[in-house]
Write a protein that binds this ligand. Structure first.
Ligand SMILES: [Cu+2]
Length: 415
């Protein structure tokens, strides 16, 4: 018998047992000649005392938790705007805690103090304008305050970046992150999903990547795993080939979408300004770790390849959805290096992280990347070991033996 079935049985039988107990209790009342609503004073007193004890225990546990884990357990903010977010958090929590202690304190105290006493009749009234006014106006003022402060912080946080901010793109797909650094020109190369190929997963646009994408659409992959337009057409038009209608329809659809993409790619290629290729070729792609320089402004742009993901960097108080078909952004200045935060937290293995915070599929839980905040010198040293996009694209393009024009264009651009 499975564990779930046992749990279900216990719940069902338990409910039945409780129902039977309640019936027994009711019968015993009848036998003793008492009505159900006659509660003895002893029971009332017991409940009043129990509620007071419960209230005190609840508060004590609550305070103990806050003392042990920090009152929101979020730790120190490691970014400039994070201090702003934390301030807002604190204001909200102060209000929430005050209301929590006040209302729950009154609830448990009153149930103890005003326990039913024989011969005392409760004061009865149906309406009080004064009370209505108090519990409408005060929450309205408090909520208005919270909203105005929140909007103010939001406007500060989402304001455009300063000019000297470093542009970094964070690309999301099931189930990994890719960071794209702009190279020395601080300009990221353009992109278009139609330029996506195996060796250009971020769909970066250059003369060579567009040529490769066109070749891929027209002639398929070299290993034949994906058919190009030409082969598809040939297959469909060959009278010797017999297809069941479903397969024919599927192939016709594929050919249709490929022809459309090729047409659009040719248009893009014709309009493409190859002078802009350098912006893309010096970009550096990194899927392992996001390296950031301490005390520098960053302008992050986010893209998604497949479904909605969400870039969540809790230590920097940053979260932004990444949405297929649109670019989202967030500016951020990291203020504490990884080395420093490890000392402060007394944890030599601590790492900042970027997590996916939208359930994006079966391996969503694995979608994370380590974030390293370091000095300019450390960053430069790390960056000097990296190959730029032009170089890696060229190597892979060579390995895949593309059409002649591709390599020569690329070499010109890289050199
Ligand atoms: Cu995700």
């Amino acid at each position: 018998m499975s564990f779930k079935l046992v749990v279900l049985l216990v719940i069902v039988l338990g409910t039945l047992a409780i129902a039977q107990l309640i019936r027994l209790y009711e019968h015993s009342y009848k036998l003793r000649g008492r009505r159900e609503e006659d509660i003895p004073n002893r029971d009332n007193k017991l409940n009043a005392n129990a509620l007071l004890v419960f209230g005190i225990a609840l508060f004590a546990f609550f305070i103990w938790l806050m003392a042990k884990y920090g009152y929101t357990s979020r730790g120190e903010a490691a970014s400039l705007h994070g201090e702003n977010v934390d301030w807002l958090f604190d204001i909200n929590f102060i209000i929430i805690f005050a209301v929590f202690f006040l209302t729950n304190g009154v609830l448990f105290w009153f149930s103890f103090k005003y326990v039913r006493k024989p011969g005392v009749k409760a004061f009865f009234f149906t309406h009080s304008n004064k009370l209505e006014l108090i519990w409408t106006v005060i929450p309205a003022i408090v909520l208005a305050f919270i909203i105005i402060m929140g909007l103010k912080s939001w406007n500060d946080i989402m304001a455009p970046s300063e000019n000297q901010a470093i542009n970094v793109e964070i690309f999301s797909e099931q189930y990994k992150w890719t960071a794209r650094y702009p190279g020395s020109d601080n300009k990221l190369g353009g992109f278009d999903y139609k330029a996506t190929t195996g060796n250009n997963p971020l769909a970066i646009i250059t003369t060579a990547t567009l040529d490769t994408a066109i070749k891929y659409m027209e002639f398929g992959t070299d290993d034949g795993s994906v058919l190009g337009m030409s082969l598809l057409e040939e297959k469909l038009n060959n009278p010797k080939n017999m297809f069941i209608p479903k397969d024919r329809l599927k192939m016709e659809k594929e050919l249709d979408s490929k022809s459309r993409l090729v047409r659009l790619l040719h248009q893009m290629r014709a309009r493409h300004d190859s002078n802009k290729d350098v912006n893309a070729y010096d970009d550096v792609l990194e899927t392992d770790t996001l390296h950031l320089i301490v005390d520098r402004d960053y302008e992050f742009t986010f893209r998604a390849k497949d479904v909605i993901h969400s870039a969540y960097m809790p230590h920097f108080r940053l979260q932004m959805n990444t949405v297929p078909g649109m670019v989202t952004r967030f500016k951020m200045r990291p203020t504490i290096t990884t080395e420093e935060i490890r000392k402060r937290r007394n944890n030599p293995t601590f790492n900042y992280i970027i997590l996916c915070n939208k359930v994006c599929g079966s391996a969503h839980y694995k979608m994370k990347m380590i974030v390293v905040v370091e000095t300019q010198a450390q960053f430069d040293k790390w960056m000097s070991t990296k190959k730029n996009f032009g170089t890696t694209f060229l190597t892979k393009a060579e390995a895949a033996a593309p059409a002649e024009g591709v390599v020569s264009d690329l070499q010109v651009a890289v050199n």
